[in-house]
Write a protein that binds this ligand. Structure first.
Ligand code: PPY
Length: 308
């Protein structure tokens, strides 16, 4: 069995995948984009995909919402089957190698030499305080497909004029040196990853951070569109969650692209575990279908948030 993550090696997604599938025979494999991961799971080339869904300080990963929106109905069978919380610390990394390598005396001097920063778009928002320092303002920002790809690109920059924002693991993997440590805005910066799979694939026990059945809270993700033109349609849709005793915990939107200012809603909800969990969400969906233009069950999984 294979699990796909956003590569190359040493991305945060790779770290999450290694934690999730530790002690299993499941092989983790790097793919270049989130879309490739969804395609891998839909085509059964990969049984699992590990993808970041949201960050505690920077919010939703928009690319993920767009894949879950599945406007072209390419990923009909891809569902969320588990979640995993990964603490995320960002380092500012450069290449300092070779005999003639430039050696800065400290961060200030290094920042006068660096011309370009590279990282994944998620990381800019998680390091905004560091990036708004006066001595960073002149430095151009270049998006990379992942933090590890940023580190890989920077490892080819012999002049040391490019720096990556990436993990310690990426520093090791690509032979980079840390100019600054833990530059994230919040020390408790955490990314919530989803494990996606086809509905008939079961979750390995190692994917459950809190042990099996320990939380007994089940979360579900539902997407739906409504006719925005009549008053109360959204309120009617949301009241169905209450009617079915689901606690609504977050709502996200993305443009439906059917027409301007029309949205796909993503509602996440939770419920204390009961014997007929699968039926509970199926019943909710069948009532939601009466109010919504379209709706879709994007999966249910056990809550893994550690109690504080
Ligand atoms: O780019 C990576 O390393 C990823 O896995 C995506 C990401 C980026 C920043 C924080 C968490 C995940």
């Amino acid at each position: 069995m294979k699990a796909a993550y956003l590569g190359p090696k040493a991305s945060f997604s790779h770290q999450a995948a290694l934690e999730i599938f530790r002690d299993t025979t499941i092989q983790v494999e790097a793919l270049p984009t989130f879309a490739d991961i969804f395609e891998g799971v839909q085509s059964s080339q990969h049984q699992y995909g590990v993808v970041p869904f949201e960050n505690s300080s920077n919010g939703s990963v928009v690319q993920l919402l767009d894949l879950l929106a599945d406007r072209q109905m390419k990923y009909n069978d891809v569902k969320v089957c588990a979640e995993h919380y990964l603490p995320v610390h960002h380092q500012l990394l450069v290449r300092l190698s070779g005999q003639d390598a430039w050696r800065p005396s400290g961060l200030e001097e290094a920042l006068t030499h660096v011309k370009k920063f590279y990282t994944h778009p998620q990381a800019w928002g998680q390091c905004s305080a560091f990036l708004s320092r006066n001595d960073c303002k002149h430095i151009v920002r270049q998006d990379s497909s992942s933090t590890s790809e940023a580190a890989r690109v920077v490892s080819e920059n012999e002049a040391g004029t490019c720096a990556a924002i990436a993990s310690n693991l990426a520093a090791e993997e690509y032979g980079l040196v840390r100019l600054a440590d833990s530059i994230e805005d919040k020390g408790d910066n955490t990314t919530r990853f989803f494990i996606v799979a086809k509905a008939d694939i079961s979750v390995p026990k190692s994917a459950l951070q809190n042990g099996i059945g320990s939380s007994r809270i089940y979360k579900s993700l539902v997407s739906f569109t409504i006719d925005h033109d009549s008053p109360g349609t959204l309120a009617d849709a949301l009241s169905i969650f209450k009617m079915h005793h689901f606690n609504l915990t977050s709502i996200n939107t993305r443009p439906s692209r059917l027409r301007p200012w029309h949205y796909i809603f993503f509602a996440e909800c939770e419920q204390k575990h009961h014997q007929h969990q699968a039926d509970a969400i199926t019943n909710l969906i069948s009532d939601l279908e009466n109010v919504a233009m379209s709706c879709r069950n994007l999966g249910s999984w056990e809550d893994q948030l550690m109690p504080v």
